[in-house]
Design a protein around this ligand. Structure first.
Ligand code: PGA
Ligand code: ZN
Length: 436
């Protein structure tokens, strides 16, 4: 039992220059934990809501009320509570705000408080956060396989292309450090190709190259070229991962590829993506159809679930009940875990456990609006999720999370790196493993 002495909220700023909530939790023994709420741009409609003040100040995005909620009702309720009892702490938060989308106190106020308490409990126990998490939840810590963005798109790049994330994974690497090296080569090879073509135009929200392409396919072709230019054989040590984020360009089973001015129904979109799975070394695909298209998700998983990892992000929004429902319908085979979609650590861990109980894989994920907060690196390792998605290979709000994994790898040892393992079903990794 380590009681909480104080809870203090303040306004800080995220990687897009938007205001967000930081919380410091200090314990009676002097230990302190701090966390900052991240913010999404392509948000699921069923995820916890960030409370923002509206009006004209800061384009309506100010978080004055959310910060007041931390310093008022949240602090009052948490002072004296046992910081080591994360479920108890989160239970108090949920009693204060029992609205389904946490719009009363704000998902941003709640997630920063919940994570700061987790940090404080770790500090109070004298453990690094990842170790505290693995001990607390009785998990085997693992160094995760990252998904790293090379080109941004969708809501992160002014909808310049429809697909949101063109990423690579390096499961053939022998450790996290090697993943970083290979990624650097691919990332800059992609930049060089764009520069040669006169299409290099800065970076998107998560640090991936700005997608100056004529089609989504051109982005995929260029990614394959970049992998080759980096001296790798696509589909061998390096594979492609996509976040389609289809809710951003369609609803009710009707989709519009704005780049090509092309209308698709759910079946057309599934056929198009299926064609990409045949043509490109894609190992993982996220939100292939819209969050409201459960039938499309089930159809996609029926057709391709034995070949690729199919991640539900907007579709299951880190919600245990939605994960279990999707599992019952065989509507994907992997859950993206974003703590701020759930609103509290406990609920995020419940969604994580629901995914595991369904036999799914999991990816712990950042948001497009991020900060120097490294909680998710520790959650990825401590929960033994196996995969981590943080954005690209540029800008410190991204690199800080990769670098934290390197430090943890130094401590844990690269034999705890999950690379080379098949991620879901019989995806490409099985063959690759046999060859190793
Ligand atoms: P967001 O997107 O953080 O902008 O919502 C990230 C994702 O879709 O994975
Ligand atoms: Zn997503």
């Amino acid at each position: 039992m380590i009681p909480i002495r104080s809870v203090a909220g303040r306004r800080v700023w995220d990687s897009r220059g938007n205001p967000t909530v930081e919380v410091d939790v200090t314990l009676e023994n002097g230990a302190m934990g701090r966390a900052i709420a991240p913010a999404g741009a392509s948000r699921g409609t069923r995820e916890a809501i960030d409370l923002r003040d509206g009006g004209t100040v800061l384009r309506g995005k100010n978080v004055g009320q959310a910060v007041s909620n931390v310093n008022g009702p949240i602090a009052t309720a948490l002072i004296g509570q046992n910081a080591s009892d994360q479920a108890g702490i989160d239970g108090v938060l949920l009693q204060l705000d029992n609205s389904p989308l946490k719009e009363q106190l704000g998902g941003n106020a709640l997630v920063a408080t919940s994570l700061a308490t987790l940090h404080a409990a770790a500090a109070g126990a004298g453990k690094p956060l990842w170790r505290h998490i693995s001990d607390h939840y009785e998990r085997t810590p693992l160094i995760p396989l990252p998904e790293i963005q090379i080109f941004g798109g969708g809501a992160h790049a002014g909808r310049r292309v429809d697909i949101q994330d063109f990423m690579i994974m390096v499961p053939g690497a022998s450790g996290f450090d090697e993943v970083m090296e290979v990624t650097s080569e691919v990332y800059f090879a992609a930049g060089d190709i764009m520069a040669q073509r006169g299409t290099l135009a800065g970076v998107a929200d998560e640090g991936g190259w700005w997608p100056m392409f004529r089609s989504n396919e051109e982005a995929l072709e260029t990614l394959v070229e970049a992998i080759e230019k980096a001296g790798e054989k696509p589909g061998d040590r390096v594979v492609i991962s996509l976040d389609v984020a289809a809710s951003e360009f369609g609803e009710n089973g009707a989709y519009t590829l704005s780049l090509e001015d092309r209308k698709l129904d759910s079946g057309d979109l599934i056929d198009m993506l299926g064609g990409w799975l045949d043509a490109y070394p894609i190992a993982s695909i996220e939100d292939p159809v819209g969050e409201d298209d459960a039938a499309g998700m089930a159809e996609f998983t029926k057709r391709f679930g034995d070949r690729v990892q199919i991640i539900g992000d907007d579709f299951v929004v880190t919600n245990a009940a939605l994960v279990l429902q999707a599992a019952k319908n065989n509507a994907c085979n992997c859950a993206l875990i974003k703590v701020n979609q759930a609103g509290t650590v406990t609920e995020a861990v419940e969604a994580f456990e629901a995914a595991e109980s369904a036999g799914w894989t999991t990816v712990v994920s950042a948001r497009s609006g991020e900060t120097e907060d490294v909680s998710i690196s520790h959650l990825g390792v401590g929960l033994g999720s196996g995969q981590l998605k943080v954005g690209s290979f540029q800008r410190s709000e991204r690199m800080v999370k990769w670098n934290e994994c390197l430090r943890i790898e130094d401590e844990l040892g690269s034999d705890r790196f999950v690379g080379g393992k098949p991620l879901a079903g019989t995806w490409w990794g099985q063959e690759n493993l046999a060859r190793r």
